[in-house]
Design a protein around this ligand. Structure first.
Ligand SMILES: [Fe+2]
Length: 84
């Protein structure tokens, strides 16, 4: 079963070797985590923030268009529609 709190680890698994891309994703994800804590937004928003560039992972490239490849991967992983 997919859990929103797995998003940072999933992002790290696929993006941590990508240098500046991984730095960017961590910045976005941590900002979203802060917003969730301070503003009470849905945890799915933070998960989506952590995973918004997952389609840049070379291992997930199918079409070469990162939004589509990322969304396809997340849908196949069982992520909620808001995260996909
Ligand atoms: Fe991005």
């Amino acid at each position: 079963m997919w859990r929103t709190d797995q998003a940072p680890n999933l992002a790290a698994e696929y993006l941590s070797s990508l240098g500046d891309r991984w730095e960017h994703v961590q910045t976005v994800g941590r900002l979203a985590d802060w917003m969730i804590a301070e503003l009470g937004l849905s945890p799915e928003i933070a998960a989506a923030a952590w995973l918004h560039d997952i389609g840049y992972a070379p291992a997930l490239a199918v079409t070469g268009f990162h939004p589509v490849d990322g969304a396809t991967f997340l849908a196949n992983e069982g992520a909620p529609n808001h995260v996909v």
